[in-house]
Design a protein around this ligand. Sequence first.
Ligand SMILES: N[C@@H](CCC(=O)N[C@@H](CS)C(=O)NCC(=O)O)C(=O)O
Length: 200
Amino acid sequence: MVQRIEQAGAEFELGYWAIRGLGQPIRFLLAHAEVAFSEVRLGVNQDGSIVADESHDWTTHKDTLSVPFPNLPCLIDSSGPAEVRLTQSNAVMRYLARRFDYCGDTASNQICIDVLQDEAYDLRNSIAETVYTLGAEYKAVFDEFTSTAVPDTLTGLRVICPNGESIHTNGLNNYFLIVQNWSFVFQPKQTSFQSIRAFF
Ligand SMILES: N[C@@H](CCC(=O)N[C@@H](CS)C(=O)NCC(=O)O)C(=O)O
């Protein structure tokens, strides 16, 4: 079973697990662009209860996707004359960014946003690796994260946005959408990586 969340008139459909993960920036972008979209959420039943075997959800759903590289998230856009189906979360974000004018209005802004998007993805992966490491190995992975990934990211951000300004396009940008997904990590009140693990 999967959970289907239908929106009236939706021409976009997002397939993903019933978690934030790599799907949330796509949800943010569609929501900000005020685009109706339906969702297929795997790993939960229609009533939201967790399925006993989520891998069965995926193996069954995977066969219906008709994409060269089946994966999650997967976006289906039925708004044009030819249906578009694509996977790879950053490819989905860029596709939607081009479509809804979030990809930067000058060549240098476009480069900047592309770089920041991939940096955000890498940092997100570092966070995920850290919070999903349990037991005795956790401290070493956490120390590595705080001594390399965090300062490297902050250094890069200071170079790219020296005065703390952001790069706006259509009132928002890809980077902001993605950063929204993990910015809470840097909030002073957020002290427990256990709670971050739950968030993902
Ligand atoms: N690079 C891919 C990674 C996708 C990925 O790892 N998706 C996970 C969920 S976050 C998944 O469960 N994929 C299905 C699979 O691994 O078979 C992307 O950015 O979309």
